[in-house]
Design a protein. Structure first.
Length: 163
């Protein structure tokens, strides 16, 4: 992957929204919804873009509260799919979930999006439920997936003594 990841800013909203509409024409988020997500950054949100030669080719967002996180969105330009951009974005979201102390990360994925489900499964997500007719207006089901985060621990057999 030759794209660089960086934090999403309000200056990116027009380009991200255009990509959102191209990728998800039936159920795209509005620019206002994206703006509201960014407004909660960094308190409970973490949004990033993948950029190549000055063009945004992907974006992703995470919501985190207490010990749980949710992948809000991941989008990658169609001609860049399969190039590692989606994996890089998901890695960044999982790293952020870990930094925030999340124990579990959840997401919903369209039941008809096999390539996205395979990506999530490669990253340790498992199916935990189904939300019937979740995506509107198409009425496509959402597969609910979860990834258990590994707790950080020290070397086995050693204890730390306080001075």
């Amino acid at each position: 992957m030759s794209a660089a990841l960086r934090g999403m800013t309000e200056d990116d909203l027009t380009a991200v929204h255009a990509l959102e509409q191209a990728l998800f024409p039936e159920d795209a988020w509005s620019e206002q919804m994206l703006r509201e997500e960014l407004a909660d950054q960094p308190r409970t949100r973490h949004y990033v873009v993948a950029e190549e030669a000055g063009e945004i080719i992907g974006y992703a967002g995470l919501a985190a509260a207490a010990d749980q996180a949710d992948v809000q969105t991941i989008g990658v330009k169609e001609d860049r799919r399969g190039s590692g951009v989606g994996a890089a974005l998901l890695t960044e979201l999982l790293d952020e979930a870990s930094r925030r102390g999340s124990v579990q990360v959840f997401l919903e994925v369209r039941a008809d999006n096999d390539s996205a489900r395979r990506l999530y499964e490669r990253f340790g997500f498992v199916r935990v439920g189904l939300r019937r007719r979740y995506y509107q207006p198409s009425g496509v089901d959402a597969v609910v997936m979860c990834r258990e985060m590994r707790p950080k621990r020290g070397p086995v057999g050693f204890t730390r003594e306080e001075a």
